[in-house]
Design a protein around this ligand. Sequence first.
Ligand code: ATR
Length: 285
Amino acid sequence: MGDSRETLGPRAFVTGFPIRHSRSPLIHGYWLKTLGLPGSYRAHEVAPEAFADFIHSLKDGSSGFAGGNVTIPHKELAFRLADKPDALSSELGASNTLWLEDGALHATNTDGRGFIANLDERHPGWDRHGTAVVFGAGGASRAIIQAVRDRGIKEIHVVNRTVERARELADRFGPRVRPHPAGALAEVMKGAGLFINTTSLGMDGEPAPQLDFSPLAADAVVTDIVYVPLKTPILTQAEEQGFSTVDGLGMLLHQAVPGFEKWFGQRPIVDAALRALIIADMDAH
Ligand code: ATR
């Protein structure tokens, strides 16, 4: 017999391929428990060729799920198959959060909100400068660029090894987004108040280039969306050079908030105990 709270109440999922390393069940499980709410949240692996059928079963109610999170490689198809994607995910062309409402499958993307909420929590005032540098122009950079733009940052310099990808993002997100090749990094850093690493450099023990952050504004913040390891080589370098840093774990925690509220009806809090729980799990694996 499982906990009776799990068999009552709404059921939610996180789906991806593969999905077993996802920490989302820990996050939502923590909130269900601490808020004392009925419901469950489980990892549910779906192969790419089965994803359209899965969405169909979600829409017709046969899956029994109230909604869930979607991660790699399903975010684009989730957006395309949803009945009512919101404006944020329509501009991105990708959704990470789905819920049934009035018989329709709604979709949004909470990555950008998670990114901003993490900075607001850990470094209030991060947005006082008008310029930001986004390093990297891959899939993960999109929601970040959108969110930084929507927060009102006036110039967003996107620097990428493959400059064509940065140009595509400038076309998508408008004139405040300026594309540059990697060689322009030092130049565009001049006076910027925020540096965001969205590349995979330094992830999971991979090497990272030596970066000189000194052109940034003296009170600039350096952040990394990679959170394994928690302190990435890029964050270590920035700290050694005297800059404030914000790690990427809070983005993962905060992006989970809107989905939980949709499925289970209460807005949860990202607190120190949740952060400690995820760090302990990272240390154990
Ligand atoms: P994600 O969805 O995680 O963003 P991605 O779309 O493969 O993954 O993008 C990875 C990002 O890291 C890209 O900006 C990539 O640069 P390119 O577009 O030029 O490939 C960047 N990146 C990865 N390895 C890199 C390296 N060795 N040097 C510079 N940039 C690198």
